[in-house]
Design a binder for this molecule. Structure first.
Ligand SMILES: NC(=O)c1ccc[n+]([C@@H]2O[C@H](COP(=O)([O-])OP(=O)(O)OC[C@H]3O[C@@H](n4cnc5c(N)ncnc54)[C@H](OP(=O)(O)O)[C@@H]3O)[C@@H](O)[C@H]2O)c1
Length: 245
Protein backbone atom coordinates (compact mmCIF):
# COMPACT_ATOMS: atom_id res chain seq x y z
CA UNK A 1 0.00 0.00 0.00
CA UNK A 2 1.16 3.54 -0.79
CA UNK A 3 2.56 5.70 1.99
CA UNK A 4 1.70 9.32 1.40
CA UNK A 5 2.71 12.54 3.15
CA UNK A 6 0.44 15.53 2.48
CA UNK A 7 1.69 18.98 3.45
CA UNK A 8 -1.22 21.39 3.65
CA UNK A 9 -3.64 18.46 3.88
CA UNK A 10 -6.66 20.62 4.73
CA UNK A 11 -6.54 22.38 1.35
CA UNK A 12 -9.73 21.57 -0.56
CA UNK A 13 -7.71 20.24 -3.51
CA UNK A 14 -5.48 18.08 -1.24
CA UNK A 15 -8.53 16.77 0.66
CA UNK A 16 -10.12 15.60 -2.55
CA UNK A 17 -6.90 13.78 -3.58
CA UNK A 18 -6.62 12.29 -0.07
CA UNK A 19 -10.13 10.83 -0.37
CA UNK A 20 -9.10 9.02 -3.57
CA UNK A 21 -5.97 7.67 -1.89
CA UNK A 22 -7.97 6.66 1.21
CA UNK A 23 -10.38 4.65 -0.96
CA UNK A 24 -7.36 2.78 -2.33
CA UNK A 25 -6.28 1.98 1.25
CA UNK A 26 -3.20 4.24 1.35
CA UNK A 27 -1.46 5.11 4.60
CA UNK A 28 -1.54 8.87 5.09
CA UNK A 29 0.38 11.42 7.15
CA UNK A 30 -1.53 14.70 7.13
CA UNK A 31 0.10 18.01 8.00
CA UNK A 32 -1.94 21.16 8.52
CA UNK A 33 -2.19 24.13 10.86
CA UNK A 34 -5.90 24.01 11.75
CA UNK A 35 -6.58 21.34 14.36
CA UNK A 36 -10.35 21.24 13.91
CA UNK A 37 -10.12 20.85 10.10
CA UNK A 38 -7.35 18.28 10.45
CA UNK A 39 -9.36 16.15 12.91
CA UNK A 40 -12.43 16.27 10.68
CA UNK A 41 -10.37 15.27 7.64
CA UNK A 42 -8.80 12.41 9.59
CA UNK A 43 -12.29 11.04 10.47
CA UNK A 44 -13.58 11.50 6.89
CA UNK A 45 -10.60 9.63 5.45
CA UNK A 46 -11.09 6.72 7.87
CA UNK A 47 -14.68 6.49 6.61
CA UNK A 48 -13.31 6.51 3.05
CA UNK A 49 -11.23 3.41 3.79
CA UNK A 50 -7.77 4.46 4.91
CA UNK A 51 -6.63 2.24 7.77
CA UNK A 52 -3.52 4.12 8.80
CA UNK A 53 -3.79 7.90 9.18
CA UNK A 54 -1.67 10.25 11.25
CA UNK A 55 -2.24 13.97 11.74
CA UNK A 56 0.40 16.54 12.55
CA UNK A 57 -0.32 20.11 13.49
CA UNK A 58 2.12 22.74 12.27
CA UNK A 59 2.47 26.03 10.48
CA UNK A 60 4.60 25.08 7.48
CA UNK A 61 6.24 28.49 7.47
CA UNK A 62 8.11 27.36 10.61
CA UNK A 63 11.02 26.16 8.52
CA UNK A 64 13.16 25.19 11.53
CA UNK A 65 10.49 22.59 12.46
CA UNK A 66 10.44 20.87 9.03
CA UNK A 67 13.10 18.24 9.84
CA UNK A 68 11.34 17.16 13.03
CA UNK A 69 8.01 16.81 11.18
CA UNK A 70 9.66 14.78 8.37
CA UNK A 71 11.42 12.54 10.92
CA UNK A 72 8.08 11.82 12.61
CA UNK A 73 6.33 11.17 9.27
CA UNK A 74 9.06 8.70 8.28
CA UNK A 75 9.01 7.03 11.70
CA UNK A 76 5.25 6.55 11.49
CA UNK A 77 4.91 5.51 7.82
CA UNK A 78 8.34 4.12 6.96
CA UNK A 79 9.62 4.84 3.43
CA UNK A 80 7.40 7.44 1.77
CA UNK A 81 6.13 6.77 -1.78
CA UNK A 82 4.44 10.12 -2.43
CA UNK A 83 4.83 13.60 -0.98
CA UNK A 84 2.23 16.18 -1.99
CA UNK A 85 2.86 19.84 -1.13
CA UNK A 86 -0.49 21.58 -1.39
CA UNK A 87 -0.56 24.55 0.96
CA UNK A 88 -0.52 28.13 -0.26
CA UNK A 89 -2.14 31.50 0.16
CA UNK A 90 -3.66 33.91 -2.32
CA UNK A 91 -2.42 37.32 -1.16
CA UNK A 92 -4.18 40.64 -1.24
CA UNK A 93 -2.10 42.10 -4.08
CA UNK A 94 -2.86 45.72 -3.12
CA UNK A 95 -1.65 45.18 0.46
CA UNK A 96 1.56 43.72 -0.93
CA UNK A 97 2.08 46.75 -3.16
CA UNK A 98 1.96 49.01 -0.08
CA UNK A 99 3.80 46.86 2.41
CA UNK A 100 7.11 45.08 1.95
CA UNK A 101 6.59 42.72 4.87
CA UNK A 102 3.26 41.49 3.44
CA UNK A 103 5.00 40.77 0.13
CA UNK A 104 7.82 38.89 1.83
CA UNK A 105 5.39 36.90 4.02
CA UNK A 106 3.47 35.80 0.94
CA UNK A 107 6.67 34.84 -0.87
CA UNK A 108 7.65 32.83 2.22
CA UNK A 109 4.34 30.94 2.29
CA UNK A 110 4.10 30.32 -1.45
CA UNK A 111 7.78 29.76 -2.29
CA UNK A 112 10.49 29.89 0.38
CA UNK A 113 8.98 27.39 2.82
CA UNK A 114 8.10 25.04 -0.05
CA UNK A 115 11.65 25.24 -1.39
CA UNK A 116 12.98 24.52 2.11
CA UNK A 117 10.76 21.43 2.27
CA UNK A 118 11.75 20.30 -1.23
CA UNK A 119 15.43 20.55 -0.34
CA UNK A 120 15.04 18.41 2.77
CA UNK A 121 12.64 15.92 1.17
CA UNK A 122 14.79 15.41 -1.93
CA UNK A 123 17.84 14.74 0.26
CA UNK A 124 15.93 11.99 2.04
CA UNK A 125 14.32 10.43 -1.06
CA UNK A 126 17.51 10.44 -3.12
CA UNK A 127 19.14 8.20 -0.50
CA UNK A 128 16.34 5.64 -1.05
CA UNK A 129 16.30 6.13 -4.84
CA UNK A 130 12.52 6.01 -5.14
CA UNK A 131 9.41 8.13 -4.66
CA UNK A 132 7.33 10.92 -6.16
CA UNK A 133 7.37 14.56 -5.12
CA UNK A 134 4.33 16.57 -6.27
CA UNK A 135 3.69 20.26 -5.71
CA UNK A 136 0.62 22.34 -6.47
CA UNK A 137 1.89 25.53 -8.07
CA UNK A 138 -0.39 27.56 -10.38
CA UNK A 139 -1.00 28.79 -13.90
CA UNK A 140 -0.39 32.20 -12.30
CA UNK A 141 3.33 31.34 -12.35
CA UNK A 142 3.44 31.18 -16.15
CA UNK A 143 3.33 34.94 -16.65
CA UNK A 144 3.09 37.81 -14.16
CA UNK A 145 -0.21 39.71 -14.09
CA UNK A 146 -0.83 43.13 -12.53
CA UNK A 147 -3.59 41.69 -10.34
CA UNK A 148 -1.58 38.89 -8.68
CA UNK A 149 2.12 39.01 -9.53
CA UNK A 150 3.31 38.51 -5.94
CA UNK A 151 1.52 35.16 -5.83
CA UNK A 152 2.44 34.39 -9.46
CA UNK A 153 6.13 35.11 -8.99
CA UNK A 154 6.29 32.86 -5.91
CA UNK A 155 4.65 30.02 -7.85
CA UNK A 156 7.02 30.61 -10.79
CA UNK A 157 9.98 30.31 -8.44
CA UNK A 158 8.71 26.93 -7.23
CA UNK A 159 8.04 25.72 -10.80
CA UNK A 160 11.57 26.65 -11.88
CA UNK A 161 12.98 24.95 -8.79
CA UNK A 162 10.95 21.83 -9.60
CA UNK A 163 12.23 21.81 -13.18
CA UNK A 164 15.83 21.69 -11.98
CA UNK A 165 15.06 19.22 -9.23
CA UNK A 166 13.32 16.92 -11.73
CA UNK A 167 16.44 16.85 -13.92
CA UNK A 168 18.70 16.24 -10.93
CA UNK A 169 16.60 13.46 -9.41
CA UNK A 170 15.80 11.59 -12.61
CA UNK A 171 18.90 9.43 -12.18
CA UNK A 172 17.73 8.60 -8.63
CA UNK A 173 14.43 7.22 -9.94
CA UNK A 174 12.42 10.03 -8.34
CA UNK A 175 9.56 11.74 -10.18
CA UNK A 176 8.91 15.45 -9.64
CA UNK A 177 5.40 16.53 -10.63
CA UNK A 178 4.41 20.18 -11.08
CA UNK A 179 0.62 20.55 -10.81
CA UNK A 180 -0.72 23.80 -12.27
CA UNK A 181 -4.40 24.42 -11.52
CA UNK A 182 -6.40 27.14 -13.25
CA UNK A 183 -9.43 28.65 -11.47
CA UNK A 184 -10.70 26.19 -8.85
CA UNK A 185 -13.66 26.82 -6.54
CA UNK A 186 -12.13 26.39 -3.05
CA UNK A 187 -12.05 28.43 0.19
CA UNK A 188 -9.05 30.29 -1.28
CA UNK A 189 -11.18 31.71 -4.10
CA UNK A 190 -14.52 32.01 -2.28
CA UNK A 191 -14.82 35.75 -2.98
CA UNK A 192 -14.35 35.44 -6.73
CA UNK A 193 -17.23 35.54 -9.22
CA UNK A 194 -17.34 32.17 -10.98
CA UNK A 195 -17.83 31.53 -14.70
CA UNK A 196 -17.36 28.72 -17.25
CA UNK A 197 -13.57 28.71 -16.71
CA UNK A 198 -13.97 27.52 -13.11
CA UNK A 199 -13.61 23.93 -12.00
CA UNK A 200 -13.88 22.05 -8.68
CA UNK A 201 -11.48 20.05 -6.52
CA UNK A 202 -13.56 16.91 -7.19
CA UNK A 203 -13.14 17.31 -10.96
CA UNK A 204 -9.40 17.89 -10.94
CA UNK A 205 -8.29 15.53 -8.15
CA UNK A 206 -8.56 12.28 -10.21
CA UNK A 207 -6.30 13.91 -12.82
CA UNK A 208 -3.80 14.98 -10.17
CA UNK A 209 -3.71 11.47 -8.66
CA UNK A 210 -3.25 9.93 -12.12
CA UNK A 211 -0.41 12.33 -13.00
CA UNK A 212 1.32 11.45 -9.72
CA UNK A 213 0.85 7.71 -10.40
CA UNK A 214 2.33 8.15 -13.87
CA UNK A 215 5.19 10.36 -12.67
CA UNK A 216 4.30 13.09 -15.19
CA UNK A 217 6.50 16.18 -15.21
CA UNK A 218 3.86 18.91 -15.40
CA UNK A 219 0.10 19.01 -15.70
CA UNK A 220 -2.42 21.77 -16.13
CA UNK A 221 -5.77 21.10 -14.46
CA UNK A 222 -8.18 21.35 -16.20
CA UNK A 223 -6.03 20.63 -19.26
CA UNK A 224 -7.46 23.52 -21.36
CA UNK A 225 -5.36 25.87 -19.19
CA UNK A 226 -2.29 24.67 -21.05
CA UNK A 227 -3.65 26.27 -24.22
CA UNK A 228 -4.82 29.43 -22.44
CA UNK A 229 -1.40 29.90 -20.86
CA UNK A 230 0.41 29.16 -24.12
CA UNK A 231 -1.53 32.01 -25.75
CA UNK A 232 -0.93 34.32 -22.77
CA UNK A 233 2.82 33.55 -22.74
CA UNK A 234 3.15 34.47 -26.43
CA UNK A 235 1.39 37.84 -26.26
CA UNK A 236 4.16 40.34 -27.12
CA UNK A 237 5.37 42.39 -24.16
CA UNK A 238 4.41 45.74 -25.68
CA UNK A 239 0.77 44.59 -25.95
CA UNK A 240 0.74 42.59 -22.70
CA UNK A 241 1.67 45.60 -20.58
CA UNK A 242 -1.41 47.49 -21.82
CA UNK A 243 -3.99 44.81 -21.09
CA UNK A 244 -5.58 43.76 -17.81
CA UNK A 245 -6.05 40.00 -17.31
N1 LIG B 1 -8.09 27.49 -5.89
C1 LIG B 1 -7.46 27.90 -7.00
O1 LIG B 1 -8.06 28.52 -7.91
C2 LIG B 1 -6.00 27.60 -7.18
C3 LIG B 1 -5.43 27.86 -8.43
C4 LIG B 1 -4.07 27.59 -8.63
C5 LIG B 1 -3.32 27.08 -7.59
N2 LIG B 1 -3.91 26.85 -6.37
C6 LIG B 1 -3.04 26.32 -5.31
O2 LIG B 1 -3.61 25.10 -4.85
C7 LIG B 1 -3.13 24.86 -3.52
C8 LIG B 1 -4.30 24.45 -2.66
O3 LIG B 1 -5.19 25.55 -2.50
P1 LIG B 1 -6.77 25.38 -2.46
O4 LIG B 1 -7.34 25.98 -3.69
O5 LIG B 1 -7.10 23.97 -2.12
O6 LIG B 1 -7.19 26.38 -1.30
P2 LIG B 1 -7.51 26.16 0.25
O7 LIG B 1 -8.57 25.13 0.43
O8 LIG B 1 -7.75 27.52 0.80
O9 LIG B 1 -6.15 25.56 0.80
C9 LIG B 1 -5.03 26.29 1.15
C10 LIG B 1 -4.44 25.56 2.33
O10 LIG B 1 -3.14 26.05 2.63
C11 LIG B 1 -3.03 26.03 4.03
N3 LIG B 1 -1.96 26.90 4.46
C12 LIG B 1 -1.69 28.17 4.06
N4 LIG B 1 -0.61 28.62 4.68
C13 LIG B 1 -0.16 27.60 5.47
C14 LIG B 1 0.93 27.47 6.38
N5 LIG B 1 1.79 28.47 6.56
N6 LIG B 1 1.08 26.30 7.03
C15 LIG B 1 0.22 25.28 6.85
N7 LIG B 1 -0.84 25.35 6.01
C16 LIG B 1 -1.02 26.51 5.35
C17 LIG B 1 -4.39 26.50 4.50
O11 LIG B 1 -4.56 26.19 5.86
P3 LIG B 1 -5.80 26.78 6.71
O12 LIG B 1 -6.98 25.93 6.33
O13 LIG B 1 -5.38 26.57 8.11
O14 LIG B 1 -5.95 28.21 6.32
C18 LIG B 1 -5.29 25.68 3.59
O15 LIG B 1 -5.50 24.38 4.11
C19 LIG B 1 -2.42 26.13 -3.08
O16 LIG B 1 -1.03 25.97 -3.22
C20 LIG B 1 -2.93 27.16 -4.08
O17 LIG B 1 -2.00 28.22 -4.22
C21 LIG B 1 -5.22 27.09 -6.14
Amino acid sequence: MKKILILGATSAIAESCAKIWARKGASLFLVGRNEEKLNKLNSDLKLNGSKEIFSYLMNLNTIEEHKKMLDIAQNKLGDLNIILIAYGNLPNQENCEEDVSSTLDEIKTNAISTIALLTEISKRLSKKKSGTIAVITSVAGDRGRASNYVYGSAKAMVSTFLSGLRQRLDKSNISVVDIKPGFIDTPMTKNYKKNFLWSSPEKISPKIVKAIDNGESEIYVPSFWKIIMLVIKYIPGFIYKKIRL
